[in-house]
Design a binder for this molecule. Structure first.
Ligand SMILES: C[S@@+](CC[C@H](N)C(=O)[O-])C[C@H]1O[C@@H](n2cnc3c(N)ncnc32)[C@H](O)[C@@H]1O
Length: 266
């Protein structure tokens, strides 16, 4: 299946990136999580989650990477956290961070393609969330929402806090104001990259091929509705959540740089 081909390639690319991110990020994360109650979530996302209520909740993060956001959600009051990701090398980092944070007992790390999350996880979660650069790795949003809907308990919430899809029309690091538009908003073929995913250092290198998929806002909101989720809130923000588009904030012609979506399983 074409979807599995993309996921396989992206897994290779992410595992290749893990030691690079570790080299620049991991020590600082361990120092941060050694402090009780540490959270690296920004005020917008923190307030959103606190409005929904985290105390005692069972939470899943899909495409959790090294789990620093999931661990933050636990430090903000959630009871149990399960992180799902294809990249075993990042989950290893998550396990180590959980040990540092004293959260091992309250966390579970599941390696594999989120499209194939086993059925025994169905209906287990009060909150399922994705953040910052997750949806773009997914070739099929409809199938993604079907997974979200089955993981949630009735009444449970799905939250996305993500880069705005308008940014897929731009080139990162473009310093023009207004930013130039290079790609169609309705682009369907994936963005193919071969020069690495080390967005922290910004270094380009001869890396494994990865595939990024643009989804319109209609795909993102409509997909949730078609999966039977009830839309509770949708907001757009002028602040960057990606690092990659940091310089797009505070421009004269301000694009929306991020958004949040909250939907509930009926
Ligand atoms: C940019 S990172 C997520 C970022 C996260 N918000 C953070 O800041 O750490 C994207 C993650 O998606 C994961 N991923 C991509 N496709 C996936 C899939 N089909 N199933 C599970 N995880 C996937 C990658 O392995 C990677 O860790």
């Amino acid at each position: 299946m074409q979807r599995d081909h993309y996921t396989h390639a992206n897994r290779e690319a992410w595992n290749e990136t893990a030691p690079r991110h570790a080299a620049t990020q991991l020590d600082a994360l361990h120092r941060a999580f050694a402090e009780p109650g540490y959270s690296r979530l920004d005020p917008t996302f923190t307030a959103l989650l606190q409005r929904l209520g985290l105390q005692g909740r069972a939470v899943a993060q899909l495409a959790c990477n090294n789990g620093r956001e999931l661990l933050s959600v636990l430090n903000l009051g959630a009871a149990q956290g399960t992180g799902f990701d294809i990249a075993g090398a990042f989950l290893e980092q998550g396990r180590a961070l959980a040990r540092t944070a004293g959260l091992t007992e309250r966390t579970e790390w599941v390696e594999g393609d989120l499209y194939h999350i086993p059925a025994h996880f169905d209906g287990r979660f009060d909150l399922v969330f994705v953040t910052i650069g997750a949806l773009g790795w997914l070739p099929d949003l409809e199938a993604f929402y079907a997974v979200v809907a089955r993981l949630l308990r009735p009444g449970g919430h799905f939250v996305a806090y993500e880069m705005h899809p308008l940014l897929d029309m731009c080139e990162a690091y473009d310093d023009q104001d207004p930013p130039r538009l290079f790609h169609s908003y309705f682009r369907r073929d994936p963005y193919v990259e071969n020069d690495g995913l080390d967005y922290y250092s910004g270094e380009r290198y001869d890396g494994k091929t990865s595939y990024w998929f643009h989804h319109t806002l209609a795909d993102i909101i409509g997909g949730a509705l078609r999966a039977g989720l009830v839309l509770e809130a949708f907001d757009e923000y002028p602040h960057d959540v990606s690092d990659v588009f940091a310089s797009f904030a505070g421009r004269r012609v301000q694009l929306p740089l991020s958004y949040s979506l909250v939907a509930r399983r009926a």
